[in-house]
Design a protein around this ligand. Structure first.
Ligand code: MN
Length: 512
């Protein structure tokens, strides 16, 4: 009989640990809602003790997102576990996920604990968590480099103490598939009480093997896979959940496993995560990359036109990619616009639809053919995540090879037009300085990047940048326009709005 595989999505915890991918609370809730639509089984929403912001985000997700279990991460310290429980307690199904390292390298250099102390900490942490909830996951950090006998001993003790899921992480991405499969197999046969719990794996991608290792674990007895959307995460990232899901679905002949995922939500989830984290998906990325279903060679194209399955092992519609990429133009009406958005999966409230349609019309004046990619870019920018303190009203640049670049910027704040001009090292620098003069903030740009969303001379430029005022908290902004300076200004104002929202007075925060 085919076995159900549970998916724990840690995009909001491990994924958010990716350098530069910090999300605000509203963005995390938006992603969590989409993950619930995708039908993952558990959302690991954060590490509540790590910061007040993380705590609030986990609590909000636990309260608001239904139809999915919500987990909070905790070390074995009691205050971690108490805090995790406070954050997840109102979830439909609340899970506490506690972990401790089991490898000698970590014990000696990081924890400075003996094996006996680790064993004791694991047991008391699991017991403490079990007093709060019947859903307790226990992880042995750096399991792949741990002594297998000691690892089995810790797992058995954790199960006896009440753990319901035991997770075996390849924290440093060191394992290779056959070895890892054997490792999991031994655990599944040797550990006392293992048949009563769900065995899970959490694989990192340092050698590009996270998905392969996760699959090897499944064929050897694991029943839960942890991973992230687009494979984001610490260093080289985690196992990409969309790849695990589509492998199980496409190669049913090889795996006796299935997931509950609604695969048609995969593409949309991938886009949302990439938009909000600012971490772009590489074009050749499996399943969700821009080129994953593109056919360039003449022979391939000829085959596809005659019969899709000649060169396609997955139907793009299965992952939610719209087949019709028929273009819209200047003359397309509101009805066609709405219909296309619905095909792409966007059901916007009237007000947002109206403003998106205005954006579409403006764009259609400058660009002849509007593709699905263009539309998605508009919507993702238009569907606002937070109230805008400032909106860009106009931008004037004078720049060239022999003059100092100067920008004049007009921003609207509560209907009031605020204007400033500034010089800079380049036109983008001048824009940012002019904006800073208006807002009174002194922001440093951490990075700036541009990407052409669509092909052609009239392509939309997609600017992503990151700013900080204190060198610690980084805010990502994104702007889209046919003009990259305009896109930069929008992206900068977008990041500033997030910064302002995050630092609003405490009284305002209490109200929401
Ligand atoms: Mn990890």
């Amino acid at each position: 009989m085919s076995q159900r595989v549970y998916l724990l999505d840690t995009t909001l915890r491990d994924g958010e640990q990716s350098p530069g991918a910090s999300l605000n609370m509203e963005e995390k809730i938006q992603i969590a809602r989409q993950l619930a639509k995708l039908k993952v089984d558990i959302i690991e929403a954060g590490f509540p003790i790590s910061s007040p912001g993380d705590f609030e985000a986990v609590r909000a997700i636990a309260r608001e997102v239904k139809g999915v279990a919500v987990a909070g991460l905790a070390r074995t310290h009691f205050e971690d576990i108490d805090r995790a429980w406070e954050a997840v307690r109102f979830a439909e199904q609340a899970r506490i996920h506690t972990f401790i390292s089991t490898s000698d390298i970590h014990l000696e250099h990081q924890l400075r604990m003996t094996r006996d102390q680790v064993l004791e900490a694991a047991v008391s942490a699991v017991k403490r968590a079990r007093a709060y909830t019947s859903d307790v996951e226990f992880s042995t950090m750096d399991a792949s480099r741990s002594d297998l006998d000691f690892l089995c001993q810790v797992l058995a003790a954790a199960i006896k103490a009440g753990a319901t899921v035991v997770n075996i992480p390849d924290t440093v991405g060191y394992a290779v598939p056959e070895e890892w499969g054997g490792f999991i197999n031994t655990i599944c046969h040797k550990v006392a009480g293992i048949e009563k719990v769900i065995v899970s794996v959490h694989c990192h991608n340092d050698l590009g093997l996270a998905v392969a290792n996760s699959l090897a674990a499944l064929t050897n007895g694991a029943r839960q896979v942890e991973g992230t959307i687009n494979g984001i995460g610490e260093r080289a990232g985690n196992a990409a959940l969309e790849e695990v899901v589509m492998t199980l679905r496409t190669r049913k002949d090889q795996f006796n496993h299935y997931t509950n995922v609604n695969t048609e939500e995969i593409y949309r989830t991938s886009r949302l995560v990439s938009t909000l984290t600012g971490m772009r998906v590489q074009a050749n990325k499996a399943v969700v990359g821009k080129n994953a279903f593109a056919h360039e060679s003449g022979i391939h194209q000829d085959g596809i036109l005659k019969e899709r399955t000649t060169y396609e092992i997955m139907n793009p519609a299965m992952v939610g990619l719209s087949k019709s990429n028929l273009v819209l133009g200047k003359l397309s009406g509101r009805h066609a616009f709405r219909q296309r958005l619905e095909e792409l999966g966007y059901n916007l409230p009237d007000e947002e639809l109206k403003s998106a349609f205005t954006r579409f019309k403006k764009l259609a004046d400058k660009k002849r053919d509007i593709t699905n990619d263009d539309l998605e870019a508009i919507i993702e920018e238009e569907v606002r995540q937070i109230p805008h303190a400032y909106t860009l009203n106009y931008l004037h640049i004078s720049s060239g090879t022999t003059i100092v670049p100067t920008a004049t910027v007009g921003l609207k704040q509560n209907g009031r037009l605020l204007e400033e001009a500034a010089c800079g090292n380049g036109p983008v620098d001048a824009i940012c300085k002019a904006v800073d003069k208006i807002t009174g903030l002194n922001c440093t740009m951490v990075n700036w990047g541009v990407n052409a969303i669509t092909a052609g001379k009239d392509a939309l430029g997609d600017v992503t940048l990151r700013i900080t005022t204190d060198g610690r908290k980084v805010y990502m902004g994104r702007g889209i326009s046919t003009d990259i300076l305009d896109a930069s200004a929008k992206a900068y104002v977008n990041a500033v709005n997030k910064l302002v929202w995050d630092n609003r007075p405490v009284e305002d925060k209490k109200q929401d």
